[in-house]
Ligand binder design. Sequence first.
Ligand SMILES: C[S@@+](CC[C@H](N)C(=O)[O-])C[C@H]1O[C@@H](n2cnc3c(N)ncnc32)[C@H](O)[C@@H]1O
Length: 315
Amino acid sequence: MLFDTVALPGRRSVRLYCEDALPGLPLRLGRARADVVVTSPPYNLGVRYRSYQDDRPREEYLRWTGSLRDSVGRVLAPNGSFFLNVGGPPSDPWLPWDVAREVARGFVLQNVLHWVKSIAVDRAAAGRSSGVRSDLALGHYKPVNSARYVHGAQEYIFHFTRRGDVPLDRLAIGVPYGDKSNVRRWHGAAADLRCRGNTWFLPYPTIRFRARDRPHPATFPPELPEWCVRLHGRSRTRLVVDPFVGIGSSAVAAARLDVSFVGFDLDAEYLRVAARRVREELSRERRRPRKRTSSGRRPVRSTGAAIPRRGATTR
Ligand SMILES: C[S@@+](CC[C@H](N)C(=O)[O-])C[C@H]1O[C@@H](n2cnc3c(N)ncnc32)[C@H](O)[C@@H]1O
């Protein structure tokens, strides 16, 4: 059932449904098509969600992943992008790839992106010209108590499309060249912007009170879906969908980017937080002084990933 609707500027909206997304996707979208589906499903790791039991037999879980693929297949636009975030514990490194294989029965894997939650940068490796003055350890480090496994600081974002040929707006999330001589050397580099590549450093924002600031056991930061939409191409995106919206990180990204959104979750409490976060994001946007483009549309705000202060928690 429809849980809440938040109006965005223009005739756009964020719609949140409290129901199973698999039948819900084709039912609620009707004839509409999603330009971007961006989501993080349950990983079947026994995470303690409020409503969903996250511990099925592996075969059953993979069959369910196949049903998710089919539901997304019914609503994704012909040139749409399906960004699927999956991680696995160090003891089960095949899990994300098993999921990706299942989804690849209906889509082409166009890109594999790595969501890097923390990284160490040695000053010597960064080089003198980088401006890095000391060894850095960025992002939150969640120790793994194991002699066998190293700390897992990365998750996958599998980028699926129908035929593997969707053009992307790579410079929308581009980064300036480190070596400025490249600006002249490489054809098309005139704007001093290069493709960010497939390693996305996106630490969690620092929070002070988990129960208030992030009351969900498995979120991604809003910048992750925001970068996915911008990479797909904001101007080509009219509708973003997240079948597993949780506390609404992707809905917040859609509100930030001024694009219509449809999200699903089984849990009303998560959706209540999601709706609150979207409204908070909109009132922050309203307070922010902004320029208008010549077309009168609000420009898309560029968000860099903030380097978290000590004490940030991980997913
Ligand atoms: C990994 S979490 C997503 C978190 C979200 N990305 C965020 O940042 O808040 C997965 C969510 O899927 C929900 N869920 C599980 N099965 C579902 C289903 N069949 N339909 C809709 N939601 C479901 C769970 O309640 C959980 O909140």
